[in-house]
Ligand binder design. Structure first.
Ligand SMILES: *Cc1c(COP(=O)(O)O)cnc(C)c1O
Length: 406
């Protein structure tokens, strides 16, 4: 365990009390008529976040898009995400989603024939597709570290796969298709020991866990706005460590990412801005900034402990619903809960619950071939809880889930 987790023990997290939860629910008007357990798909925006997006759209309508942007505090995006992730503002880029954020880093790496990339079966589908594309295009090799008995990446076995050709570790912190939290900090120590680059997909962890790039030791980290951060759709972000930025060659360029300094010359923009593009969803960026601020005002450690509490309660309740099997792996588990039910397909469960005002999602095995595919799970139902959810909602969910059992 790292010094970070010791600090965590010496300053116990103060749990969110009932009044605070009520306030957070009041900020989330849909709580009145909806049980939203699809926070890993797209969460509900809190009222101040939603309002910040609307306010900027109103300013664009009243003033003009460029004129409204001139008046908006757009740099707060960088300072806010630097604070959220424990990074520097110049290490942060706004990107339209997590996939493109990850791509902007990955395709910028100097990987060539015979280089090897280490990953794990929990890697996100789109990332793995990109790995396969570069395997075909540049002849890189993908090595898949095995899981330990709990299902998380086996760090010792991962180390055993490192060769002189290994250049990169690509890991998904919290997989989309299950509740496990990979030991990102231990992998960070491994990357440091063997001087490997480390690209962390934190799409499902930022916003529900206390994610700190320095404690983890990753060089690049990607995330999205709409999931546990509760920001608007069509927003994402990328962190790239300052001492790495200069050595990366972004796959795309434009007049925002670079300066055309002479007819035959250009210079990249300073810092992580080189991974951005000129045109972006400005109101979305403002909403994403507000969402990160909202999460920090609650406190990420407090969010993490409440999400864990609710998810543990949900798993416990699910064990007593006849025919239900919970599929989450890992030593540490988070707010994503996956399950199947005998005699009822996940698609049916999701549709039936949707009709009574309960949102969950379905993850298909085809989107997680190395994970669900290998476990012979063609599909799982996924209920993902956030801090504004309640035990009462979980109880009602389990009753509705069971009522289809005839
Ligand atoms: C959703 C997800 C992504 C992709 O995020 P987008 O914003 O949709 O591009 C990447 N990684 C993981 C683990 C995800 O769950």
């Amino acid at each position: 365990m790292t010094s970070n987790s010791l600090a965590y023990i010496s300053t116990p997290v103060k749990a969110l009390n009932d009044n605070e939860v009520q306030q957070l629910r009041a900020d989330t008007p849909a709580c009145e008529n909806l049980i939203h357990f699809n926070n890993a798909g797209s969460s509900l925006m809190a009222q101040p976040v939603y309002q910040s997006v609307l306010d900027h759209l109103a300013a664009e309508q009243a003033l003009g898009g460029y004129e409204a942007a001139d008046k908006a505090p757009l740099n707060e995006f960088y300072t806010t995400f630097a604070e959220l992730l424990n990074a520097e503002p110049s290490e942060i880029a706004f990107v339209e989603n997590a996939t493109r954020a990850w791509d902007m880093a990955f395709y910028a790496l100097p990987l060539s024939a015979c280089d090897r990339v280490l990953t794990h079966v929990s890697e996100y589908a789109s990332n793995y597709l990109a790995l396969m594309q570069l395997a075909a295009r540049r002849n890189i090799t993908i090595d898949i570290a095995p899981s330990d008995s709990s299902g998380q990446v086996d760090v010792a076995a991962m180390e055993a796969l490192i060769t002189p050709q290994t250049k990169l570790i690509a890991l998904t912190h919290v997989p989309s298709q299950g509740g496990l939290v990979n030991p990102a900090e231990e992998v960070g120590l491994l990357a440091k020991k063997h001087k490997l680059l480390y690209l962390l997909d934190a799409c499902q962890s930022v916003g529900q866990l206390n994610v700190d790039v320095k404690a983890i030791g990753c060089h690049m980290l990607s995330g999205t706005g709409r999931k546990f951060l509760r920001g608007p759709r069509g927003t994402g972000f990328l962190y790239v460590k300052h001492d790495l930025i200069e050595s990366l060659d972004p796959p795309f360029i434009d007049l925002h990412a670079a300066h055309w300094s002479a007819p035959d010359k250009f210079e990249w923009a300073a810092g992580a801005i080189r991974f951005e593009n000129f045109e972006s969803f400005v109101a979305g960026r403002i909403g994403l900034t507000a969402a990160a601020r909202y999460a920090m005002d609650i406190g990420l450690a407090r969010i993490e402990s409440r999400v864990e509490l609710l998810a543990d309660y949900l798993r416990l309740q699910l064990y007593s619903v006849p025919g239900v099997e919970v599929h989450d792996l890992g030593k540490k588990r988070c707010g994503i809960v996956t399950f199947t039910k005998a005699d009822e397909k996940p698609e049916n469960i999701a549709a039936r619950l949707r009709a009574v005002g309960i949102n969950i999602s379905v993850t298909l095995g085809s989107t997680a071939q190395l994970d669900l595919g290998a476990r012979e799970l063609p599909a799982v139902a996924r209920a993902s809880v956030h801090y504004y959810n309640s035990q009462m909602e979980i109880d009602r969910f389990c009753v509705e889930l069971q009522s289809g059992w005839d």
